[in-house]
Design a protein around this ligand. Structure first.
Ligand code: ADP
Ligand code: ASP
Ligand code: MG
Length: 471
């Protein structure tokens, strides 16, 4: 038997004695106002074992910052009203859940001062680089974490806000949709957070962004705080990630569009990942990856009913095909038809190469003898036109239709189940025009493009056909 160096031995032994922590993440709905923050803090404070929290921005603040970046450009008079709205919102909430907490007041005021300088920068230069964009957006979380930490302290549990920079949440860029360096996060964030936990402190970490090797804030995309929670869970070898939401858990569809959506008690990692990648907003698209490798379960839990288990996403759920599990939708997307791009591999190759180098995000595709149809992320339409125009080949025509919705009908074993025929039949019956279907590429999803205005009716009809009654 070989002996590890004494230091290592001690660390391992110490770690063995410690219970693995839980990561509790609160999104915008959980941090809507003072009352919601107090409730979130009570869930953290009453959690029995070691835990860390991840805070997203207060509800609506990320959108407010996005809008402000446009509004202040060339209009310096817009800066102070924006800051004042943020100040009022955060200080009113603080007053409600942790009155007189000087550390939080200071953190919020100094965050606002920094943000003020950045917004004046945009106002005067009329420029908005990707770097500045991501940095400004990160302030929603930088203001929220101190607030949640103060609310936890007010309930008698020591808690400290820590931003992604100090926590060591390393990314590899790019701006807007950053990748994490999981190994670096494990190396850096793991010990930092564990040291805080060891002294009995609850770390409250900012969600939504990490920092690249040059120290720049880089966003993980909308809903990125779920992802931060998963990454930190990996770094501290957590026993579970709890995502506290305004729903009972993962449901068979978005309840805002399908009121009859039902609660799913459990999902396999692959099912949840597929649903998230297909646009189920309840989970960030890449959230499963960091926890799956370490077999850490994700629990999607209800803020309104904390006594409920929520939905558990984990390994080892039966992996037999179970038919359609849940419906997703992504909107708005654009449908692009490129006539004359297919037929032969020679005709297609330059177009796909050009799309790739233009950074077009293709969400689903269908190929026929005379053309190619693509569902692309909204905002990428111009890049598609450019890509097609610059691809070295014969003249082609491009037709773009905006305001589309990409539906996902998701579950294991779908291709063999006759689901595609049933999707088309159901939508035809509901009078919803189907403009593209992608089927066969994925073992777990059928995708269909419909006009965005028809998406709610389409989802309700599909839910009735696949997920209600005896289905
Ligand atoms: P957070 O507050 O954590 O940011 P989100 O708003 O991102 O939470 O996610 C919760 C929302 O996701 C719900 O309010 C619901 O409208 C939507 N949603 C979409 N698909 C589903 C689904 N399959 N199950 C539950 N909620 C869903
Ligand atoms: N605040 C960010 C957003 O609104 C991140 C998150 O909520 O997870 O997208
Ligand atoms: Mg979210």
């Amino acid at each position: 038997m070989t002996h590890a160096p004494a230091g290592t031995e001690e660390t391992t032994a110490a770690r063995g004695r410690r219970a693995a922590p839980t990561v509790l993440k609160f999104g915008g709905a959980g941090l809507r106002d003072g009352a919601a923050i107090r409730h979130a803090a009570s869930l953290v404070a009453s959690h029995p074992g070691p835990r860390l929290a991840v805070a997203s921005a207060l509800e609506g603040v990320t959108d407010l910052l996005l809008a402000a970046q446009d509004k202040v450009r060339g209009h310096d008079a817009q800066v102070l009203p924006t800051l004042e709205a943020l100040r009022r919102r955060h200080l009113t909430a603080l007053q409600h859940c942790a009155p007189g907490d000087d550390a939080a007041t200071y953190a919020i005021e100094s965050g606002l001062q920094r943000l003020e300088r950045l917004l004046y920068g945009i106002a005067y230069t009329e420029e908005r680089t990707e770097r500045l964009h991501d940095l400004v957006q990160s302030f929603g979380e930088r203001l929220a974490a101190p607030l949640l930490a103060a609310a936890v302290r007010a309930q008698g549990v020591p808690a400290v806000a820590i931003d992604a920079e100090h926590a060591g949440l390393r990314t590899l860029g790019p701006y807007g949709d950053a990748r994490v360096d999981l190994e670096a996060v494990r190396r850096e964030a793991g010990p930092v957070l564990r040291a805080m936990l060891d002294t009995g402190q609850v770390p409250v970490v900012t969600g939504y962004y990490g920092v690249d090797t040059a120290g720049n804030a880089t966003l993980f995309g909308r809903g990125g705080s779920d992802f931060v929670a998963a990454v930190l869970a990996h770094a501290v070898e957590a026993q579970a990630v709890e995502l506290w939401k305004d729903v009972a858990g993962f449901l068979t569809a978005d309840p805002r569009l399908v009121p009859t959506a039902r609660w799913l008690p459990e999902l396999g990692y692959d099912e949840a990942a597929e649903l998230a990648l297909n646009g189920a907003k309840v989970l960030h698209a890449r959230c499963v990856e960091p926890v799956q490798a370490a077999a850490i379960p994700i629990r999607v839990r209800s803020l309104a009913e904390p006594q409920r288990e929520g939905t558990v996403i984990r390994d080892g759920v039966p992996d037999a095909p179970r038919g359609v599990r849940s419906l997703t939708h992504r909107a708005p997307v654009a449908l692009v038809r490129i006539a004359g791009a297919a037929g032969t591999a020679e005709a297609l190759a330059p177009v796909t190469a050009s799309l790739q180098s233009s950074g077009v995000r293709v969400l689903a595709a269908a190929l026929g003898g005379s053309g190619l149809a693509l569902a692309v992320a909204s905002g990428d339409e111009a890049a598609v036109r450019h890509a097609v125009a610059t691809a070295p080949a014969a003249a082609r025509t491009v037709e773009v239709r905006g305001q589309r919705s990409l539906l996902g009908i998701v579950g294991r074993g779908i291709p063999a189940s006759g689901a595609a025929a049933k999707v088309l039949e159901t939508l035809a019956h509901a009078g919803v025009p189907v403009e593209m279907v992608a089927f066969g590429a994925s073992q777990v999803a059928v995708n269909a493009v419909v006009p965005a205005a028809d998406a709610p009716a389409a989802l309700r009809a599909l839910h009735r056909a696949f997920l209600e009654g005896a289905a």
